[in-house]
Design a protein around this ligand. Sequence first.
Ligand SMILES: [Zn+2]
Length: 220
Amino acid sequence: MLDGATAPAGVESGCRHDVPWLVMRLARELAPPLLTRSPTPLPDLLAEAIAGVRATHADTCDVSNPDSPSSTVSMVRLHPDHVEHLVLADSPVVLRSPDGKITVHSDDRIERLPERTLEAVRRLRNQPGGFWAASTEPQAAYEAVVGTTDRADIDVIAILSDGASRFTERYGHPWEELLDVLTTDGPRRLIDLVREHDAAATTPGWKRYDDASVVLLQGP
Ligand SMILES: [Zn+2]
């Protein structure tokens, strides 16, 4: 799951490309090693992908600009007896065990910033003590939340963009309910419910609507 960060109006990114370009290039770098079952650790794969994308526009753009386009990255890799996850920025990976226990792997550093002004976000992106996202700094990959879980302890995996996880994180429904909706009625239903909340929100914040995507993995 790659969820590009919307650039606030008036920000000079130093980059002639847009956020969809960055997301497409990252996907293009990440897909081959994942699809060919590379044994490389996920943070190394991501660092190589960020470095690869950076190289494609280092000659045309100011890749040292902290407002260069950026994206969240959430990955899971299934092995016969365990599952790896990597979460960079706010697209959580949610696991449910066969007996209903829920584990949320999330990277909430952007939520915990002391201030959220444009200037603060600019200053704290991809900096120690700030928050990390996939942009031009390969080191960000090693700041991701990573881990492994026994396959026997998982019967459902959901990867959500923050536009979908807001069903729980903003609108307060329990994670249990979110997974029930996904596994009973499917991702489309969850997104419809989020849109109903979005439309009715009385304090919508700076983004009433956001891209909402869900990957649901179920079964043995
Ligand atoms: Zn560029």
